[in-house]
Design a protein around this ligand. Structure first.
Ligand code: NDP
Ligand code: MG
Length: 356
């Protein structure tokens, strides 16, 4: 008899992580079943996904979009349940038939649904890094209380998770997350004064949503990831480090007490970590082509210059301070990045706003 499929709820189905997740599920329809999807307002795309994957529960955060979707109910398969607002996301996160909830909503809106999923005993696959930055202590406590699994989807954390499988935590000296350096890695400092949002949205290696792409250029993304890693792996601030690695092929290095390091490698596509998290602990053929070692491959590493990337130093400062400092870092950065994308703040002023 065929094994039952793992039933997935996907919050943030219309975004960059969402679309990559759909590619993974589409390639593994015998193992994975999509039972719930949600987005902020893009109901037309949700309707197409619902038809394609036979999803019966659909959530829209935005009330107007929800009403528009309801008015055109013929767009959805018959019998579709439409849920609205934050309550709707929480209902999806608790769906009795779901086993794994993947939270890939940009920002902190995913926190309540994430806590609800854990309280209902679901496995939580976490892409939205803002959630652990804001409330790592509470999310970890809730997971422990309900013996729910926390599966990191962010590529670096998923990589650490893979390196640590089978290793007792005590032997770990530190972890090093790799950073591509983003759109301006090789730009001279004086050119950074005039960069536009369009410049910042051209990431050399990864294809992602706008907020995280800007965060990659300032290295705020790596700052958020260090904070996230501290919670996920129970480490001290001084055990979490970052290194520049322009190729984005090595996603982490885990250094053990004896000086040995383990690394995780794969091409820069989010389908690799998403598939690992959704199928865990099974390994099946991937969606994207694996590394080709019949061709020359160079891997470069260099230390991060904190003066050039002040957002990383600020994140480490907040980690040492603890308490609400990481949440303040995240909120200030969200506001500053939105102002930059709206053309109201120069790029170099983002760290100044956050430092203040
Ligand atoms: P996108 O901007 O591409 O997509 C955001 C998604 O969230 C969309 O589906 C959007 O819906 C939905 N959304 C936004 N606000 C709400 C809300 N209030 N309620 C419900 N849904 C909402 O973002 P990404 O996919 O790039 O990133 C998602 C998260 O994953 C972020 O936290 C990011 O840091 C993290 N992440 C992303 C990576 C990547 O490669 N992209 C890598 C690692 C982590 P709508 O389309 O209707 O607006
Ligand atoms: Mg990442």
């Amino acid at each position: 008899m065929a094994a039952a499929r793992k039933r997935i709820v996907l919050l943030g189905a219309t975004g960059s992580i969402g679309e990559n997740t759909l590619r993974v599920i589409a390639a593994h329809r015998d193992e994975l079943e999509l039972v719930g999807i949600a987005a902020h307002s893009n109901w037309r795309r949700l309707a197409a996904i619902a038809r394609d994957f036979g999803v019966r529960h659909v959530g829209l955060f935005d009330a107007d979009a929800h009403d528009a979707a309801r008015a055109e109910s013929g767009a959805f398969p018959s019998g579709t349940h439409l849920h609205r607002g934050l309550d709707g996301l929480v209902t999806l996160a608790r769906l009795p038939e779901a086993e794994t909830v993947l939270v890939a909503v940009v920002g902190t809106t995913g926190l309540e649904p994430a806590l609800a999923a854990l309280a209902a005993g679901k496995d939580l696959a976490l892409a939205s890094k803002e959630i652990l930055v804001l409330a790592g202590k509470f999310v970890l406590a809730e997971a422990a209380r309900h013996r729910a699994k926390l599966l990191p989807v962010d590529s670096e954390h998923n990589a650490v998770f893979q390196c640590l499988e089978g290793h007792p935590g005590a032997g770990v000296k530190r972890i090093v997350l790799t950073a591509s350096g983003g759109a301006f890695r090789d730009w001279p400092e004086e050119r950074l004064r005039d960069v536009t949002p369009a410049d910042a949205l051209k990431h050399p290696n990864w294809n992602m949503g706008p907020k995280i792409t800007v965060d990659s250029a300032t290295l705020a993304n790596k700052g958020l990831e260090l904070i996230e890693a501290q919670w996920l792996f129970g480490l001290r601030a001084d055990q979490c480090d970052a290194v520049l690695h322009p190729q984005s092929i090595v996603h982490c290095l885990v250094e053990f007490q004896d000086g040995a390091m383990l690394a995780q490698l794969c091409p820069p596509s989010m389908t690799f970590p998403i598939q690992h998290a959704l199928l865990h602990p099974r390994r099946l053929p991937g969606v994207d082509t694996a590394l080709d070692l019949t061709r020359a491959l160079s891997l470069d590493f260099r230390p991060v210059d904190i003066r050039r990337f002040p957002m990383l130093g600020l994140a480490q400062h907040c980690m040492r301070q603890g308490g609400v400092a990481p949440a303040v870092y995240n909120a200030a950065n969200e506001v500053a990045v939105a102002a930059f994308l709206a053309g109201r703040l120069p790029f170099l002023a983002i760290p100044q706003v956050v430092e203040q």
